[in-house]
Design a protein around this ligand. Structure first.
Ligand code: FES
Length: 118
């Protein structure tokens, strides 16, 4: 079983979207036809990364940016490459795209349910 989380049309081609997955704050980043899904928790102080709705990318749209202290994360892996949590990573959730719709994979679904019970 998989869980539908959004459609490709809801995500700008090189942009980001804030969403809830099983009650957890998350965001998706689209790079062309690739989608990356992360929990909205910065590994530095555990704060949400964004201040503005749906805004998770830096000015050039090359990195995910935490607005609190400016940490930059690779879009494809969630690894922090600049900032106070350099070397740490965002929590990713595996997703897949089918017929223009984005689904959380079975494995990610189980992980998000686990974190819901923490
Ligand atoms: S809380 Fe994200 S860089 Fe400090």
């Amino acid at each position: 079983m998989t869980q539908h989380i959004c459609t490709m049309d809801e995500l700008p081609e090189f942009g980001s979207l804030e969403l809830k997955v099983n009650g957890n704050a998350c965001f998706a980043v689209r790079q062309g036809q690739e989608i990356y899904l992360y929990r909205n928790i910065c590994p530095h102080l555990g704060l949400p990364l964004n201040l503005m709705p749906d805004q998770f990318l830096d000015y050039d749209k090359r990195y995910i940016q935490c607005t609190s202290h400016g940490a930059l994360f690779k879009i494809g892996t969630g690894l922090c490459v600049v900032g106070p949590c350099q070397g740490k990573s965002l929590q990713s959730l595996a997703c897949e795209v089918r017929e223009g719709m984005v689904f959380l994979t079975e494995d990610a679904l189980a992980k998000s349910a686990e974190s819901e019970n923490e």
